[in-house]
Design a protein around this ligand. Structure first.
Ligand SMILES: Cc1ncc(COP(=O)(O)O)c(C=O)c1O
Length: 394
């Protein structure tokens, strides 16, 4: 007897690569011992939150004898938290923002769902560049949108402007740009994003309604070797940032994120009211009290990005020594090498025989590659060297 809707059952089958690898990892660890397995499957940051986060927790605990200290609040978040974040983002983006342009959400994931709920009519299309974070398709589908992908350039994963232009239609409502990118580690340059902004402006004019540029930026803090992650709010009037403190403050379980609208967006008050309404009716109601306190305490701080850089360099050495073909990531904490032999699923199974867990590129709309998440202790990366070599040559 089918208890699940066909739609959910299908999404679970399609989007389950990371979950499958996670489950395979549990079985492998039970059989061979926790330390024998090199698990690069999940983007769950292993570094502890910056120590200042504990101050926020202490301050909050001092208020718990007061009524409503953990109570409901306005659905967009506490005004003091929105104001503090507006100040911070004004500096980051180089554009003056107020609390009225910010809504706090349950992670970037919650923010994207709130945004799509607010802006999509049935049949509206949302584009993402592939390879892409696999949940996007589900988020768009949740709100009756149609998810379409546009391939990036082979090998460099940079934006293919001709293909993007070809994919924009009169039904396109939004384009998601995820930079630094999961899974490729690519960062789109100022020149690239400026060209995209000009293209969207022109296509919006032709369509007679704005196409939103959605910057999904949980990895903004993690750009190596001085790479710039260009701020999008000043570049395009209909830009929206979906951000979070899951990765930079290592607190993904706290579910604290945000949407920020460009201060140049005409009609943004109406959109903000809609977003706040959607935060409530989707059942998020308001973002967690604890997360807001921790965010305010630690705004401007982050985990030590130098540790991730050392791990990136270590992983690059392991991959190069074995002969893998890969693009050096400019940001985030993922590698997306080519799967030797071309069959990503077969190769990931081979890696498992050597007790290494990775995720096939098929799970990101890009077969022929595999993803390694290096938010793990550097010792695990070194320990994987032998297995990576054996899998390559077997
Ligand atoms: C590209 C990308 N977007 C969004 C998210 C969701 O992050 P959050 O924890 O802020 O909801 C993730 C999480 O891994 C991600 O990799």
């Amino acid at each position: 007897m089918a208890l699940l809707s066909t739609c959910v059952a299908n999404s679970m089958t399609k989007g389950s690569w990371i979950r499958r690898m996670f489950e395979a990892g549990i079985a492998l660890k039970q059989e061979h011992g926790e330390n024998a397995v090199c698990d690069f499957s999940l983007g769950n940051p292993d570094l502890p939150p910056p120590s200042i986060v504990a101050d926020g927790m202490r301050k909050l605990s001092d208020t718990l004898d007061r009524p409503f200290s953990l109570g409901y609040m306005p659905n967009g978040g506490y005004s003091w938290a929105r104001e503090a974040l507006a100040d911070h983002l004004s500096r980051e983006q180089g554009l003056a923002l107020t609390a009225g342009e910010i809504i706090l959400t349950c992670g970037a994931a919650g923010g994207l769902n709130v945004l799509f709920k607010a802006i999509l009519d049935p049949g509206d299309e949302v584009l993402a560049l592939s390879p892409y974070f696999v949940e996007y398709g589900t988020y768009v589908g949740n709100h009756n949108g149609i998810f379409r992908t546009v391939p990036t350039a082979t090998d460099t994963f940079s934006i293919d402007l001709d293909k993007l232009e070809g994919a924009l239609t009169g039904r396109t409502r939004a384009l998601i740009l995820n930079s630094p990118n999961n899974p490729t580690g690519q960062i789109y340059s100022r020149e690239e994003v400026s060209t995209v902004a000009a293209l969207l402006k022109e296509k919006s004019r032709i369509a007679g309604r704005p196409i939103f540029l959605v910057a999904d930026e949980p990895y903004r803090f993690l750009a190596y070797d001085g790479a710039e992650v260009p701020p999008l709010l000043p570049l395009y009037d209909f830009a929206v940032i979906a951000g979070s403190f899951s990765k930079n403050m290592s607190m993904p379980g706290e579910r604290i994120g945000y949407l920020a609208l460009s201060a140049n967006m005409p009609g943004r008050d109406a959109l903000m009211n809609g977003l706040i309404f959607c935060n409530r009716i989707l059942g998020y109601v308001n973002p967690p009290v604890v997360g807001q306190h921790l965010m305010r305490a630690a705004l401007g701080c982050q985990v030590d990005a130098g540790i991730y850089k050392k791990r990136r360099d270590a992983m690059a050495e392991v991959l190069s020594a074995a002969g893998y073909n890969f693009l050096m990531p400019k940001g985030a904490f993922y590698f997306f090498p080519k799967a030797p032999g071309g069959d990503d699923v077969a190769f990931v199974n081979k890696l498992m025989q050597h007790l290494i867990l990775a995720v096939p590129g098929s799970g990101f709309g890009c077969p022929g590659h595999f993803r390694l998440a290096y938010c793990v202790d550097e010792a695990i990366i070194h320990r994987a060297a032998d297995g990576m070599k054996k899998a390559f040559f077997s």
